[in-house]
Design a protein. Structure first.
Length: 104
């Protein structure tokens, strides 16, 4: 049985080595891609040429941001209204509750 266990350990070790080799290859590929992207970004930053696609995306994001700011302002207004109503209801409850409490 011991030799069977040793065989299973060797198989597991070989499988682990294969997985690690594959992982190292993948990591190397991702590292090369990251270095290439960083070099491209540095080049674009140096020349000031960010490209039409980036400018279009920037404009879309700015428009989206403006819309979100409008929605946030409207939400703040509604929240203020709700807080005001809640304050009124709390005051009404305290007034009504205070009168009942005084009777007891």
């Amino acid at each position: 049985m011991a030799s069977g266990d040793a065989r299973l350990d060797l198989d597991a070790l070989r499988e682990l080595e294969e997985v690690l080799r594959h992982l190292a290859d993948e990591l190397g590929a991702w590292r090369r891609r990251a270095l290439t992207a960083e070099a491209r970004l540095a080049e674009l930053s140096r020349t000031g040429d960010v490209g039409d696609t980036a400018m279009l995306r920037l404009k879309e994001l700015e428009e989206e941001n403006t819309g979100l700011e409008r929605r946030l302002g409207a939400a703040r207004t509604r929240l203020g209204d709700l807080v005001g109503r809640l304050g009124f209801l709390e005051a009404q409850t305290l007034t009504a509750g205070g009168g009942e409490t005084a009777k007891t």
